[in-house]
Design a protein around this ligand. Structure first.
Ligand code: SAM
Ligand code: DTB
Ligand code: SF4
Length: 331
C-alpha cells in the first residue's frame, strides 16, 4: 500500500455546528499520518487546507493574562503553578480599564480575537463576575472574545455566553496515556466535562495541546485523535511547543524537532479540516523557516503580540514582516 492509500476513517455522527460529518480518527490512523513521508503529508494537508480556506490568510489572536500566578494546580509545564519556584508572582485580577486598554491596542495592531487567561483551577462566582464584565466590554469593541479560566462548573458557561463570550480555550494538552505524567490535580475526564459544558452553552471550542513535554509519537497521535473525535471537533486548535521555564519540572526536556512540530500541524489540519489550527506558544524559539513550513502544513492562526501569558512571543512588527515576506495577510 502506498502512503496515499492510507485508509481514511469513515464518517460518523453529524456535527450541528460544522454541519459536516465528523470523522472518527483512531490513534493508529493518526500515527500513520504522522509517519507519512514529509512531502506526502504536506501535500495532503495543503489539499485539505485549500478546500476550506484561503492559504494566504492568517487569523490573529492576542492573549492577556487577567489573573496571573498563584495557581493551585500542578501542570508540570506551567510557570503559574504556585508549587514551582519560577519567579511568577501571585497577582490580583486586572482592573477592567487595563484589560480594555490592552484589547484596544490589540485591535489597533490588527488582532481580531482577544483571549483572556486566568491562573485558576476554575473560577468561583466572585472570580467570574469581573471576567463577565471584561467579556462584555471587549465584545463591545467589535472583537471576538475568548477566555481560558480553567474548569467550569454547571451554569458558568451559560453566564459567559450571555456576557458575549465567543470562544472558550481549554486544552486536552496531551494523550490520555501520557496525561498522568504531567498533571495530577485534574483528570482528563474533568477536562472533557468542561468542554461539554462549553459546547452545551453554545460557545465555540478552542482546544489543543502541547508538544515537547517528553511524549512519544503514539502520544502525539493520541492527542490529535482525541481532538478530532470531539463531536463536533473544536473550531480552534492551538498546537503549542513547550515553552521551557526555569523552575518547572519540564524545564530541560529535549525540545521538539521542528519538522515533527510541522507534522503535528499537518495532522491537525487533515483530521480537523475546517478548524483554525493555531501555531501557538513556542514561536519565539522557532525559525521563520519552520513557521513558514507550519503555514504550508495548514496552520492559519497565530498568537500575536509580544507576550503570551507570562512568557515572550515574537514582536508584532516581526510577525507582520514575516507575513509580508511570505506574501500572506491577516484575516
Ligand atoms: N488555568 C487555566 C487552565 O489551565 O485551564 C487557563 C490558563 S492555562 C495557562 C492555558 C494553557 O496554556 C494550558 O492548558 C497549556 O496548554 C498552555 N500552557 C501553559 N504553560 C505552557 C508552556 N510553558 N508552554 C506551552 N503551553 C503552555
Ligand atoms: C494555548 O493553547 N496557549 C496559550 C493559551 N492557550 C492560553 C497559553 C500559552 C502559555 C505559554 C506560557 C506562558 O506564557 O505563561
Ligand atoms: Fe494553573 Fe492553568 Fe497553569 Fe495548570 S496550566 S498550573 S491550571 S494556570
Amino acid at each position: 500500500m502506498t502512503p496515499l492509500d492510507t485508509p481514511v476513517p469513515p464518517p460518523s455522527a453529524k456535527s450541528a455546528i460544522q454541519d459536516a460529518p465528523v470523522a472518527r480518527w483512531s490513534v493508529a490512523a493518526v500515527e500513520e499520518l504522522l509517519a507519512l513521508p514529509f512531502p506526502e503529508l504536506l501535500y495532503r494537508a495543503q489539499c485539505v487546507h485549500r478546500e476550506h480556506f484561503d492559504p494566504t490568510r492568517v487569523q490573529l489572536s492576542t492573549l492577556l493574562s487577567v489573573k496571573t500566578g498563584g495557581c493551585p494546580e500542578d501542570c508540570a509545564y506551567c510557570p503559574q503553578s504556585r508549587r514551582f519556584d519560577t519567579g511568577v508572582e501571585d497577582e490580583a485580577v486586572l482592573p477592567l480599564d487595563d484589560v480594555l486598554d490592552a484589547a484596544r491596542a490589540a485591535k489597533a495592531a490588527g488582532a481580531t480575537r482577544f483571549c483572556m487567561g486566568a491562573a485558576w483551577r476554575g473560577p468561583k462566582q466572585k472570580d467570574l463576575d469581573p471576567v463577565l464584565e471584561m467579556v462584555t466590554a471587549v465584545k463591545a469593541l467589535g472583537m471576538e472574545t475568548c477566555a481560558t479560566l480553567g474548569l467550569l462548573r454547571d451554569g458558568q458557561a451559560e453566564q459567559l455566553r450571555a456576557a458575549g463570550l465567543d470562544y472558550y480555550n481549554h486544552n486536552l494538552d496531551t494523550s490520555p496515556d501520557f496525561y498522568g505524567d504531567i498533571i495530577s490535580t485534574r483528570t482528563y475526564r474533568d477536562r472533557l466535562d468542561t468542554l461539554e459544558r462549553v459546547r452545551g452553552a453554545g460557545i465555540s471550542v478552542c482546544c489543543g495541546g502541547i508538544v515537547g513535554m517528553g511524549e512519544d509519537t503514539h502520544d502525539r497521535a493520541g492527542l490529535i485523535a482525541q481532538l478530532a473525535s470531539l463531536d463536533p471537533y473544536p473550531e480552534s486548535v492551538p498546537i503549542n511547543a513547550l515553552v521551557q521555564v526555569e523552575g518547572t519540572p519540564l524545564n530541560g526536556r529535549s525540545p521538539v524537532d521542528p519538522l515533527d512540530f510541522v507534522r503535528m500541524i499537518a495532522a491537525a489540519r487533515i483530521t480537523m479540516p475546517k478548524a483554525y489550527v493555531r501555531l501557538s506558544a513556542g514561536r519565539s524559539q522557532m525559525t521563520d523557516e519552520a513557521q513558514a513550513l507550519c503555514f504550508l502544513a495548514g496552520a492559519n492562526s497565530i498568537f500575536y503580540g509580544d507576550r503570551l501569558l507570562t512568557t515572550g512571543n515574537p514582536e508584532a512588527d516581526r510577525d507582520r514582516a514575516l507575513l509580508d515576506r511570505l506574501g500572506m495577510r491577516p484575516l
